[in-house]
Design a protein around this ligand. Sequence first.
Ligand SMILES: [Zn+2]
Length: 349
Amino acid sequence: MASNLVSLCSNQASAFDWDYKDARFDLSASAILGDRAAFESWRNEPLNYIKEQFEGAINVAPEVVGVHDPIKKAGFAIEQIDLLFSHVAQDGADLRYTVAVARPDKPNPDLPTIVAINGHGEVGGEGSGQAPTTLFDDDGHGAYLARGGFTVVAFPNTIHAPFADLSRRVDYSIIWARLADLALTRIKPLLNSNPDYIGLGNAAGGLTSLMLAIVRPDIKAMAANGAFFSLEHTRREYRIFTHPFCHDFRAFFSYSALYALLAPKPLLIEEGRRDGLWLGYGASHPESWFSGTKRGAISDETIGAYLELKQIWVKFGSLIELDIHDKGHEDVDTSAFVGFVQRVRAAPP
Ligand SMILES: [Zn+2]
């Protein structure tokens, strides 16, 4: 985990104090083991719940208030688009929100457009709507993809303080996905790229991307890196002191029940062996920003959750893959992602 997250603040939430009174969605035995109709019957209620939260979170279309001159990089250029969401934030404040579009020097118009969303490490813990940049560093996954001919549209994420009140009734990942959704709809005519999208979410951005890909028909598939761990493990074992519930979905018992809502869209799950939330990592020491964990994830929580999802994707005959790489929490396995995109493009619609 990134160690440079925001420092400890005074109102530390005590870890391991989760209240389950609002949790009601869990994958049922028939949703996993039954036929496709049984899964689709299970899906209605949680999917409607997510859509209601999503649409009810924010209902203000943003305005484009500025388009910056391109920033030249090796093999591509970045265009930043400034958007303004009026009166959506705390106490009626506006939110400035900047999207970064990487345009390849040699674009391949046959390739889908990549919608990329990063996690807390992008902004040192706390976002304010500023454009993401680290994925476009020379060794970043966004730079790798742009040099390969992909247009990459990157959205801000992990914006906590301006939505502290809203987060009491809407989970943060849904708020951040709704901002990206409204922004994407607004800038889509400006992108001049393939209108089929594939989501690529990293860490907390994986959960935001999941919400976006569940709700938007133009996102045809998605990959998440560092975002497939156990919700129960984080509730019992893991706290970022200044935003202890920002990974949470309060109506759900597990992330697998949320990932299931993406079916049958193709899904790639990437996890690094050196990710503290992945299988085999073990306990972590507490730090100033972080509770530490008494144990690592266990196989029921990780491999078991993947096999549940695989059982669901099989009902549709669609693509689901697990890539376990050798890197850390926020290190995207770019070659696995490109291979996944090729298999998505080769698959029958
Ligand atoms: Zn957070």
